[in-house]
Design a protein. Structure first.
Length: 203
């Protein structure tokens, strides 16, 4: 039996994690009229401009990160947002912290609130991990790389944030060797080493 347009569109959404950009929706053969009918009948909701998700799915984990990744798939979740993702900070960030390669244009994001940081080629490409959240890909720096990044950007996010991140990362099994490796890449090894040694003496 031939499926109607909305049923077919719903199946396509399910096959792609339940969330799609307008450009992907059109590329996958869903007619704009079908999309708007689904939106107007509350079958899909618009999470951000041009980002749609099936309304009957369970609540989306890390929804802000998923939305940002849909709009900026080559970027990487970094700094405070990466700390929160790895559960090595005590506060919930009010913005998504996003790394892009130096020289690249900032992604146009109206929602969620986003802070963009430019990383050099080497610091951008090292320490990237990929996770699947409800079938959607999230690129985020490892906890050890994130700690080093926090020291590199300490003047913008606060030294207190960097110090707490280092302490919690170590207390939750983070690798000192990897932290120092990324500290060298980020050129903050001399700054970080005394704090690492102080934490060692406290244990």
């Amino acid at each position: 039996m031939k499926m109607n347009a909305q049923t077919l569109a719903s199946r396509i959404f399910h096959e792609h994690g339940g969330i799609l950009r307008t450009s992907d929706i059109l590329r996958l053969g869903i007619h704009p009229r079908t999309l708007y009918q689904m939106r107007d009948s509350s079958q899909v909701i618009e999470l951000s401009r041009g980002i749609y998700r099936l309304a009957d799915l369970p609540p989306l984990e890390n929804s802000d990160l998923v939305v940002v990744m849909k709009r900026a798939p080559s970027a990487v979740i970094c700094l405070v947002s990466a700390l929160s993702f790895h559960e090595i900070m005590t506060e919930v960030p009010h913005e998504v912290y996003l790394a892009i390669q130096k020289g690249k244009e900032k992604p146009k994001l109206d929602f969620p609130p986003t802070r963009v940081f430019h990383f050099s080629d080497e610091t951008f490409s090292r320490g990237v991990e990929e996770y699947s959240q409800d079938g959607n890909r999230i690129r985020v720096y490892s906890k050890e790389k994130t700690v080093a990044d926090c020291f590199k950007f300490r003047n913008r996010i606060g030294l207190d944030v960097a110090l707490e991140a280092l302490r919690l990362c170590i207390s939750k099994g983070g690798s000192r060797k990897k932290i120092l490796e990324f500290a060298r890449i980020c050129r903050v090894e001399n700054i970080m080493r005394p704090y690492l040694e102080a934490i060692q003496h406290l244990r």
